[in-house]
Write a protein that binds this ligand. Structure first.
Ligand code: HEC
Length: 139
């Protein structure tokens, strides 16, 4: 009888503890995903100065706070680059693919987050200017 009472008290205590525990969401915010997966190259603030960035890299991680640069990419281009890697948009394969690790919704949130970093939207004029600036035959 006493044992049963003790057991009952322990269970009650466990239930109380469980309900008092803070409810945490498993879904990471775009900012958390950015800090975790992107900041080592693009930098904690997105300025292209992460710890993996060295002058030796043949292609530098982009400064995602630069509206003139980020403005040349449409949302769909950014989604494709982040999902499948830079090579998909004729960019450097140093930009890795994330489609196996992040869901499409998370990638779209990241694109919204990057739009916040640059404070810019897609500008077709910037895109054609960037294409004209490429030397012929370069990727
Ligand atoms: C290993 C380093 C590295 C990591 C990690 C990395 N990037 Fe990049 N990223 C690059 C490089 C280098 C480029 C430039 C490619 C080029 O210009 O040819 C780039 C380019 C980009 C571009 C611009 C190109 C476009 O088509 O829009 C976006 C946006 C971008 N990265 C987002 C991200 C996001 C979001 C993450 C994290 C999920 C991430 N990157 C992680 C190296 C990296």
């Amino acid at each position: 009888m006493r044992r049963a009472l003790q057991l009952g008290l322990i269970i009650l205590l466990l239930l109380l503890l469980q309900s008092a525990a803070p409810r945490t969401s498993v879904a990471a915010t775009a900012e958390e995903n950015f800090r975790w997966f992107c900041a080592q190259c693009h930098g904690p603030e997105g300025r292209g100065d992460g710890v993996n960035h060295t002058p030796d890299l043949p292609v530098q991680p982009r400064n995602l706070t630069d509206p003139k640069d980020v403005g040349q990419f449409s949302d769909e281009e950014m989604v494709a680059t982040i999902t499948k890697g830079g090579a998909v948009n004729d960019l450097s394969a140093i930009m890795p693919p994330w489609g196996d690790r992040l869901s499409e919704a998370e990638i779209r949130e990241l694109v919204r987050f990057i739009r916040g970093l640059c404070g810019c939207q897609f500008d077709p004029a910037l895109k054609s200017a960037a294409q004209r600036a490429k030397p012929p035959g370069s990727p």
